[in-house]
Write a protein that binds this ligand. Structure first.
Ligand SMILES: NC(=O)c1ccc[n+]([C@@H]2O[C@H](COP(=O)([O-])OP(=O)(O)OC[C@H]3O[C@@H](n4cnc5c(N)ncnc54)[C@H](O)[C@@H]3O)[C@@H](O)[C@H]2O)c1
Ligand SMILES: O[C@H]1[C@H](O)[C@@H](O)[C@H](O)[C@@H](O)[C@H]1O
Length: 336
């Protein structure tokens, strides 16, 4: 185990358990050193079969466990601020799942805390930046062959949402991915949000405003629309079409097996993010491990996490008021 990066994983739910499997079986250069979850049975189950790992109900105890040199945060969003500050206090590099901190005031405290350290410690889990299709689209837009991007048309559908999912989470958890992807693809901040609500699907859980239609405006006048529908029932579908002055480019059409039989053709559709973005998560975590072992932090950072939370917060206000809400972005602090 010598030389391997010892990682503490906080949260052993859907995402945490998958990251533990990834660190153990897919990624090179790292090992799981500690797992924390207030549900100890979940922590034990996720750590089952691994050697040299301690399990904890207290996330701070996991950070201080033997062999821990870096941290992967996969607890629910509201727990991220405390976890990130604890990592900063210990000088531990950290990969934190999105949303970095759901409320923008808390997210800004993270930006300021990292700036006070004078060096980067955190990468935020916006894994679409590591997806092969998104990367091709980004490279195409950056090359300039299609001219200036005018609009992005995005679709974000889940088969179903977890029980705890709220109407606000369609924006600040699900659409946080499109918010980050739009900022990254366009190379611009987002300045205003309008969230419209069609009559909810009768298959949506009682009281959940699902689907929603989100309109984002960028600082240099591009528009981004997002259909977010988290109880579509039929598939995990994430698409993005960039419409530019000299052409358009679309990603996310299912590139899977097409089965033709009996006079019809059927194409498989992924049922969840762990399938659709499997390669992206693998590349994201491998890149984080490699950079951490070199003593560097690359990938999306705390400013990206803060900007996404600020835009999403404006979106949640718009969801409730029905009007357009300007994004109130704090000045970006300089590293001290
Ligand atoms: N990047 C992605 O595509 C993606 C996909 C799914 C989830 N996520 C993110 O991952 C995080 C976890 O989501 P999930 O779907 O795995 O949720 P989940 O509910 O399945 O699991 C969360 C786990 O964290 C535990 N927990 C609660 N408080 C904790 C704390 N303070 N410290 C440690 N563990 C704690 C819970 O007991 C639970 O086991 C969220 O931030 C979510 O937005 C990201
Ligand atoms: O937390 C998850 C995750 O971020 C998925 O990538 C997204 O598709 C879901 O809508 C969201 O609930």
């Amino acid at each position: 185990m010598g030389g391997l990066l010892g990682v503490a994983v906080l949260g052993a739910g859907h995402m945490g358990a998958d990251h533990i499997r990834r660190l153990d079986q897919v990624v090179s250069g790292a090992r799981v050193a500690a797992v924390a979850d207030p549900d100890i049975e979940r922590a034990k189950q996720a750590a089952a079969g691994l050697t040299g790992v301690t399990v904890h109900t207290d996330h701070l105890a996991a950070l201080d466990a033997p062999g821990v040199a870096a941290v992967l945060v996969a607890s629910p969003g509201p727990a991220h601020e405390e976890a990130l500050l604890a990592c900063f206090a210990r000088g531990l590099p950290v990969l934190c799942e999105k949303p970095m901190v759901p409320d923008s005031a808390g997210a800004l405290r993270i930006v300021e805390a990292e700036a006070a350290l004078g060096r980067r410690l955190a990468q935020i889990g916006f894994m679409r930046r590591y997806d092969a299709e998104y990367r091709r689209l980004k490279a195409l837009l950056d090359a300039g062959r299609l001219g200036r991007p005018l609009m992005l048309h995005c679709t974000h559908r889940n088969v179903s949402s977890p029980d705890h999912f709220t109407s606000a989470m369609l924006v600040n958890s699900s659409v946080s991915h499109e918010i980050d992807a739009a900022r990254w693809l366009l190379g611009q901040e987002l300045t205003a949000v309008t969230v419209l609500r069609p009559t909810p699907s009768s298959d949506a859980p009682e009281g959940l405003i699902d689907p929603q239609f989100v309109l984002l405006e960028s600082e240099r006048g591009a528009l981004v629309d997002v259909e977010v529908f988290v109880n579509s029932g039929f598939g995990y579908q994430v698409r993005c079409e960039a419409v530019c002055e000299k052409g358009s480019a679309r990603i996310g059409d299912e590139h899977t097996m097409v089965v033709t039989t009996g006079g019809g053709a059927a194409q498989e559709v992924a049922q969840d993010y762990l399938v659709r973005f499997a390669g992206a998560y693998d590349r994201e975590v491998q890149a984080w491990v490699d950079a951490t072992r070199r003593g560097e932090v690359t990938g999306p950072g705390v400013w990206d996490g803060y900007a996404a939370s600020a835009v999403a917060e404006a979106g949640v206000r718009s969801l409730h008021t029905g009007g357009r809400v300007a994004v109130d972005l704090a000045p970006r602090p300089r590293p001290r």
